[in-house]
Write a protein that binds this ligand. Structure first.
Ligand SMILES: [Zn+2]
Length: 383
C-alpha cells in the first residue's frame, strides 16, 4: 500500500515475522506410524546446537523470533502420567530416555536468549491419545472441535508447570495450534476465552483450516475475547524437510517454518542453513513493500495497520487513517512507514511521535512512529 505527493512516496509495509514450530522435541524421529507424535522426522536427536542455530538466525534478522514449543519431552518428573490424553503411554508415562543434563543446558540457553527467542505454546506432545490411541491434535480434534475445556485446561496447566520447572519465562502470549486444528468465532465458548485466562494474547493459524463459528472480521486478521488471531498462511516447505533451501511467496506476514527446516544433520552445519534463510528475508525486506518486525507484538500492530488502516494522498499531504483499528486488541499505537524521497526533499509528520528512523540498504527511510493519544489520523507532508 503506497501513496505519493510529488516525489515523496510513503508506504505501509507488510510486516514479516518468523515462527518456528515443533521446537522442543529431543527425539528426532517421526513416531506417527507407531502411535507416537509426528515430531520433526529428523535423523538424529536434538541438541543445544539446534537452539544456537535459532539465535543465530534471530540475531541476523534483528528479530525476536517465536518458537512454537512442545514441552512433553522436557518432563523430568513424569508429571504427564497424570494428564489424560497427553502421551502415548498414558499413566505409565516414563520419559527417562529424554532426562539428562541437556535439559538444564537448553533451559539456561533459552533464559539467556529470551531477547531473541520467544517461547510460544504449541502443546505438550502435539497430539491427543484417547484410550492410548493417537488422534490429531492436542486441543482440537481433526474436525476443529475443541476438546472438553477441562482437558484443554489440564494440558495448558501442565505446559505452565513444565515452564516453571525450568524457571522459564511465564506463560507465553502466543499460541500456535498444533497441526492447525483450531476454532474461533464462538466468543465466550471459544478456545480464545480459555487462552486469554492463561495470558495468551495472540493466535497464529490458517483461518481456512480452522472451524469458523463465525467468519473472521477481516480476511487475514480477526479477534475475539481480547485475543488477536493472525493468518499464518501455508508453510513454504514440508515440515519434515531438513536443511531446506529458502523459498517463500511473501503472501502473508508470517513465515511458518518447522525446526528441522533450519537444521542440518551435522549440527555444526546448521549455521549455513539459517544464513541462507536470513539472506532471502533481508533481501526482500529492503523494499517499500515489506519490513522485518522486531518481535511478534510489533508484527501484530503493523499487520493491523497494513490490513486495516487507510492510506491516501491529497491536498498536499499523505494521510494514514487509523480509525478502522479502533477495536483491535493489543494495538500499541505504533506504525511503521517506509518513505522514499529525493535528497533535496524533507518531510514532517503531524498526529504522531517519531520513535526512530533509519535508512535501509536501498536508501529507503524506515520510520517508526506512535500516534498521539486520542488521534486516529497521522499526516505526512513535505516541509
Ligand atoms: Zn506442529
Amino acid at each position: 500500500m503506497q501513496a505519493a505527493i510529488n516525489n515523496l512516496v510513503v508506504s505501509l509495509p507488510m510486516p514479516i515475522f518468523l515462527v518456528v514450530e515443533d521446537v522442543g522435541w529431543w527425539q528426532g524421529m517421526d513416531g506417527s506410524a507407531n502411535n507416537e507424535p509426528y515430531r520433526n522426522g529428523f535423523t538424529r536427536r536434538h541438541c543445544l546446537e539446534d537452539y544456537r542455530a535459532l539465535t543465530r538466525l534471530a540475531k541476523r534478522l534483528k528479530m525476536r523470533i517465536a518458537l512454537g514449543m512442545v514441552l512433553g519431552e522436557w518432563d523430568r518428573s513424569n508429571l504427564l502420567k497424570d494428564v489424560v490424553g497427553a502421551t502415548w503411554m498414558g499413566d505409565s508415562w516414563d520419559n527417562r530416555i529424554n532426562q539428562g543434563p541437556w535439559l538444564d543446558e537448553a533451559a539456561e540457553f533459552l533464559r539467556e536468549n529470551q531477547d531473541w527467542l520467544e517461547i510460544a505454546c504449541h502443546g505438550l506432545c502435539h497430539e491427543f491419545w484417547r484410550d492410548g490411541r493417537m488422534e490429531r491434535s492436542e486441543f482440537h480434534d481433526r474436525n476443529g472441535r475443541m476438546r472438553p475445556s477441562d482437558s484443554v485446561k489440564r494440558h495448558l496447566d501442565a505446559f505452565a508447570k513444565l515452564l516453571a520447572e525450568y524457571n522459564l519465562p511465564g506463560f507465553p502470549r502466543l499460541f500456535l495450534p498444533p497441526a492447525l486444528h483450531h476454532s474461533f468465532g464462538n466468543g465466550q465458548d471459544s478456545m480464545q476465552a480459555i487462552l486469554h485466562d492463561y495470558g495468551i494474547r495472540y493466535v497464529v493459524t490458517v483461518f481456512s483450516r480452522a472451524r469458523r463459528y463465525s467468519e473472521p472480521l477481516h480476511e487475514k486478521i480477526t479477534w475475539e475475547c481480547g485475543i488477536g488471531l493472525l493468518e499464518r498462511g501455508l508453510a513454504p516447505v514440508p515440515w519434515h524437510e531438513a536443511a531446506a533451501s529458502p523459498s517463500w511467496d511473501f503472501s502473508n506476514s508470517i513465515l511458518p517454518l518447522h525446526w528441522s527446516n533450519l537444521l542440518h544433520p551435522d549440527p555444526a552445519t546448521s549455521f549455513t542453513v539459517v544464513d541462507r534463510w536470513a539472506e532471502m528475508l533481508e533481501k526482500q525486506a529492503n523494499s517499500m513493500e515489506y519490513v522485518l518486525a522486531p518481535d511478534f507484538a510489533s508484527c501484530w500492530s503493523q499487520a493491523a495497520v497494513f490490513n486495516l488502516a487507510k492510506l491516501t494522498a491529497g491536498e498536499g499531504k499523505i494521510t494514514v487513517d487509523l480509525g478502522p483499528l479502533e477495536q483491535v486488541p493489543e494495538f500499541d499505537g505504533s506504525i511503521i512507514l517506509k518513505i522514499r524521497y529525493p535528497p533535496d526533499c524533507t518531510w514532517q509528520c503531524r498526529g504522531g511521535q517519531i520513535l526512530s528512523t533509519r535508512k535501509d540498504s536501498q536508501g529507503i527511510q524506515v520510520v517508526v512512529l506512535r500516534r498521539l493519544p486520542g488521534k486516529a489520523i497521522v499526516e505526512i507532508e513535505q516541509s
